[in-house]
Design a protein around this ligand. Structure first.
Ligand SMILES: Nc1ncnc2c1ncn2[C@@H]1O[C@H](COP(=O)(O)OP(=O)(O)O)[C@@H](O)[C@H]1O
Ligand SMILES: [Mg+2]
Length: 384
């Protein structure tokens, strides 16, 4: 593990350095006071920063707050000769992992370092989830409806988390759940240093077996405090623990959305068969190309598609040359009833044409293990 030690005392630095190197850590020693924490975090990017001499003034904790907000996975441990309960509470609130008494015994330091290492190991697992991003080409295209309801189909055989990234006006939870959420993404962002699988699962609303929704904040002011790096850390963690992570994205390509799109395995721009939607889909495809995304990364969904409408399927395909286009039919009465009741469409009507097309979409995302087994069986049987 890479560990940085900041101390005004040369003796402390050398002692800590020796101890940590003995335990085979990669150590950076920074001589100076607490104000170095930010530059050390930026320049050395350690996994853990041990700070000696930041222990009296509550105002100093703003220095830590700044670091933990910008580097959510970096751990900060303070070494303090005296600690008031008030200081400890504030320290935890800004994301300090532990406060050790000074002088600290080698065992106490090793213990703290090992706890940070254990947590880090957990978070350095390889992500196994697939990230699917949904965004409307125009307001009211149906991207929230499709994302939230696809979740139910995927959750029939996989674990699913939907994250509402319409931070200011997100309404995804209301499509599938009748009550208000106890916690939202704003609570997770505010306590980002506590982020782990348990906290994430507790903050999300369980809307069906295997299916949870991390709701958008209730108040606009809370949305503003959520930073792209918070969202990135949440997505990264979610991909370790859920088979599918669905993002309901806003119609604005800002830093937050671009980070999410970069990470996505699939992007589904949703539009309705009309000129404005098609124009915006073209714009998006141009951006995706300029970002170097593979053509297969985006699949256009033409929602509420009706045969015999003004603009036909082949016309849409031609205007969006090169893109894969799928359609979801129109079913105003049933779709609206399901949204108004905050219930899954497949619950009220599995045979509905929209449910069927979402089931088709889900089946393109879930490897058909049974089919593959059947195929293998046939091959072996024919050989035998
Ligand atoms: N396949 C569909 N058939 C009929 N109505 C639909 C369909 N999909 C969405 N809608 C309607 O479109 C409205 C807007 O959908 P929404 O998901 O909120 O769009 P967006 O998130 O793109 O702004 C919904 O309230 C619903 O009435
Ligand atoms: Mg929406």
């Amino acid at each position: 593990m890479k560990i940085a030690v900041i101390s005004p005392s040369e003796t402390h630095l050398q002692e800590m350095g020796r101890l940590l190197e003995l335990n085979r850590h990669n150590v950076v020693l920074a001589s100076g006071d607490k104000t170095r924490i930010r530059s050390v975090a930026e320049q050395d990017a350690p996994d853990l920063i041990l700070v000696d001499g930041l222990c009296c003034d509550l105002a100093d904790l703003a220095l830590v707050d700044d670091v933990t907000a910008h580097h959510p996975v970096m751990a900060v441990v303070l070494l303090c000769p005296t600690q008031t309960p008030e200081f400890l509470i504030h320290a935890m609130r800004v994301g300090v992992r532990e406060v050790l008494p000074l002088p600290a015994s080698p065992e106490a330091i090793e213990g703290a370092v090992n706890r940070v290492a254990a947590k880090l190991q957990g978070s350095s697992q390889r992500p196994t989830g697939r990230l699917l991003a949904f965004l409307g080409c125009k307001g009211g295209s149906g991207s929230t409806f499709i994302a939230t309801n696809l979740g139910f189909h995927l959750a029939e055989s996989r674990s699913v988390l939907l994250i509402d990234l319409n931070l200011q006006f997100g309404d995804a939870l209301s499509f599938v759940y009748e009550a208000s959420p106890a916690l939202t993404i704003a609570d997770v962002a505010r306590d980002i240093n506590r982020l782990d699988a348990t906290f994430l699962a507790a903050a999300a609303v369980n809307v069906a077996p295997n299916y949870s929704v991390l709701a958008a904040p209730e108040a606009l002011t809370q949305a503003m405090a959520i930073k792209p790096e918070h969202v990135d850390a949440i997505i990264k963690l979610a991909l370790l623990h859920y088979d599918f992570v669905l993002l309901d994205l806003p119609r604005m390509l800002d830093t937050l959305a671009l980070k999410a799109l970069d990470r996505a395995d699939k992007i589904y721009p949703v539009l309705q068969a009309g000129v404005p939607g098609i124009q915006n889909a073209k714009k998006l495809l141009t951006v995706f190309r300029s970002l170097g995304y593979a053509e297969s990364k985006a699949e256009i969904i033409v929602n509420r598609f009706e045969k015999g409408g003004d603009i036909g399927f082949s016309e849409i395909e031609q205007s969006l040359a090169g893109a894969f286009v799928r359609t979801v039919p129109n079913s105003f009465k049933e779709v609206n009833a399901s949204i108004n009741q905050g219930r899954a469409l497949l619950e009220s009507s599995r045979s509905n044409a929209v449910s069927k097309s979402l089931a088709d979409l889900a089946s393109t995302l879930i490897p058909q293990v049974e089919d593959a087994r059947g195929l293998l069986g046939r091959i072996f049987n024919s050989k035998g």
